[in-house]
Design a protein around this ligand. Structure first.
Ligand SMILES: Cc1cc2nc3c(=O)[nH]c(=O)nc-3n(C[C@H](O)[C@H](O)[C@H](O)COP(=O)(O)OP(=O)(O)OC[C@H]3O[C@@H](n4cnc5c(N)ncnc54)[C@H](O)[C@@H]3O)c2cc1C
Length: 384
């Protein structure tokens, strides 16, 4: 047998699984189709390491609690990559949620593991980075964390490699055949086609997940999903007080305005996507939507010609009739125990909870793997 665990995809989930597998002592290989990590969704996120305050409204308390625990671990294990930052929620006369609702949500968030929050006094409103203050009723300040998603992914991969995992780029998995005792993985690399044998195969291909699943024999029935694109804009400006958590006036969705590498990051949107994941691009209507939100709340207005950069990433969400904003953000670990128990696919998920997800993946696959000596505990492992 060449490997115990083969992982497809060098996004945050593939990196996390490679790290968890190597930490558990398994012989691990990760295959990535591009020539570098985090080319997919893991460099296109909102870059927040957060509990997800808004998930409280949909009762996803388990998700919020898990993310807050993981946020705490990342602050301890990667202080150079993950920083606690102030978030501001302004409540205007016509904002849908009233101050008492925000106070209740933030109290619950603090109870689940968030930090305490404050109400910003009106005397401090003029310092809020040019936020409009006419018709403002209240401003709340609480704390969550921010990261550079691509750098975090690279650090997790470096940690996996330091524990002995092999990480290989420009290797596109084209087919896998699973038998009773192992799977054979066929891939195209720089030097042509090759195959390797592994005891288990983890499909961490993000928005390509069902394409990868379609190349596996015997057939594993895919879950029904929608790919929903989210666009961010990098715009000029400085935010001295931290981030702003805004309610889009058009449809009451949450939009974040965050400091980002000497500029401002503004996002995100939700538009159904049906093409090839590698072709996802920001849409003109998404750019207008985001600028409209920014111009509604900030005194200094911007037009499309001032946008420095726009990028789009793809969420993997359960297929449904509800608006994407209201669909579950829970991660689903999918296996067909009858036809192909050695293949596990990771659907959806959060950057924040990648470590917990990766440990669950390894725990599920452990009965199919040989006994190995554990090398490290990812709960306390410092990231390089
Ligand atoms: C707009 C947006 C904002 C978000 N904001 C946040 C946030 O602020 N905080 C948070 O916690 N989460 C956030 N998320 C969620 C989070 O970003 C994603 O859940 C996470 O990045 C997904 O990572 P992944 O590894 O599953 O997929 P990806 O990062 O897409 O990685 C999949 C990898 O698989 C590779 N691959 C595919 N097919 C093959 C093949 N055949 N062979 C080899 N390699 C292959 C791809 O090249 C790619 O590198 C956001 C998501 C979106 C879309």
């Amino acid at each position: 047998m060449d490997y115990d665990v083969v992982v497809i995809g060098a996004g945050i989930h593939g990196a996390g699984v490679a790290q968890a597998a190597a930490a558990a002592g398994y012989r691990t290989l990760l295959l990535e189709q591009y020539d570098q990590p985090a080319v997919g969704t893991s460099s296109k996120s909102s870059k927040l390491i957060h509990g997800g305050l808004r998930y409280l409204e949909s009762g996803q308390l388990g998700l919020v609690r898990e993310c807050l625990v993981e946020r705490q671990r990342l602050l301890a294990n990667a202080p150079h990559l993950v920083r606690l930052t102030a978030f501001h929620i302004p409540v205007y006369q016509n904002t849908r949620r009233r101050p008492w609702q925000i106070r209740l949500g933030l109290s619950l968030y603090a109870l689940l593991g968030g930090k305490s929050f404050q109400q910003v006094p009106p005397s401090a409103w003029p310092d809020l980075d040019g936020l409009r203050t006419d018709t403002l009723d209240a401003v709340f300040r609480y704390y969550d964390a921010q990261t550079d998603d691509a750098q975090l992914t690279q650090a997790v991969l470096a940690s996996a490699a330091s524990l002995g995992a092999d990480i290989t780029y420009q290797c596109s998995v084209e087919r896998a055949v699973c038998e009773r005792e192992h799977c054979t993985v066929f891939y195209q690399g720089k030097d042509g086609g090759a195959e390797i044998k592994t005891r288990v195969l983890v499909n961490a291909a993000g928005p390509w997940i069902n394409r990868v699943l379609g190349c596996i024999e015997p057939v594993v029935r895919p879950l029904a999903i929608d790919l929903v694109q989210g666009t961010h804009l990098v715009i000029p400006g400085t935010l001295r007080q931290g981030m702003y958590y805004l309610e889009a006036p058009q449809d009451q969705r949450a939009v974040f305005v965050t400091p980002w590498k000497d500029n401002i990051l503004l996002g995100t949107t939700e538009s159904l996507f049906t093409g090839n994941p590698e072709n996802v691009q920001p849409l003109e209507e998404e750019i207008s939507y985001l600028l409209e939100v920014y111009n509604h709340y900030f005194k200094k207005t911007l037009d499309a010609s001032e946008v420095i950069e726009a990028f789009a990433g793809l969420r993997v969400l359960p297929r449904g009739k509800d608006a994407a904003f209201h669909r579950s953000r829970d991660t689903v670990l999918h296996r067909d125990m009858d036809t192909c128990p050695r293949v596990l696919s990771i659907y959806g998920g959060k950057l924040t909870s990648y470590r917990a997800t990766a440990e669950k993946v390894i725990q599920k696959l452990a009965p199919l793997l040989p006994a190995r000596n554990k090398q490290a505990d990812t709960r306390t492992l410092r990231l390089p």
